[in-house]
Design a protein around this ligand. Sequence first.
Ligand code: DHB
Ligand code: MG
Length: 229
Amino acid sequence: MTHPDPTPDAWRAVDRYFAETLVGHDADLEAAVAAQREADMPAIEVAPVNGKFLHLLARMTGARRVLEIGTLGGYSTIWLARGIPEDGRVVTIEAEPANAAVARASIDGAGVGDKVEIRIGRAAEVLPTLEGEEPFDLVFIDADKESNAIYLDWSARLGREGTVVVVDNVGRGGAVADAESTSSQVIGTRRGLAMLGEDPRFEATALQTLDAKGWDGVALALVVRPGAA
Ligand code: DHB
Ligand code: MG
């Protein structure tokens, strides 16, 4: 049976099917999610199919240095760290020290602790301290949506020509299409997308997603002219 307009039961079944068929199960990743739930952190880590997407993107791009903005409990961090070589680095920024402590334990438990540096603080304050380091090859933006434009600006500044940038949660249950929205998260998301459309440093697109977390979306950008701001 096909569903011209997907019902929740139908798309959830497809997500489960994709996840079971292509992602499977992993004790360390599942432990990271359990630790996050135990610590009463919000259940907003990326869906398994999205975690694997980030992991594959790291491998496909040959990324050695990854920047993650928004660590939460380290679930996506572990996926990314597993996608880079032994001498690679994920620098991940988390505003909430209690989250960072949970993430640190899960990341170490997954055996990728040596590849992951957690910087604690507001990303807008931490990002300028990364200037002068080797450029990042891949950036994953998944923090407060209000600051997406600031994070995109830093992605270009801390990147190079060819750096790949992924922005989580650009669909927001459809709310992103509402130009009159008064939600600060929607306004921030739209500002980031407008920047990706207009800023000569980026070429970008976005895909809607329907996965374990519901209807959302992911933007994918390439840094083409890092110095063109
Ligand atoms: C929210 C944030 C996220 O990063 C996410 O993946 C889902 C929801 C939020 O703040 O609402
Ligand atoms: Mg997110």
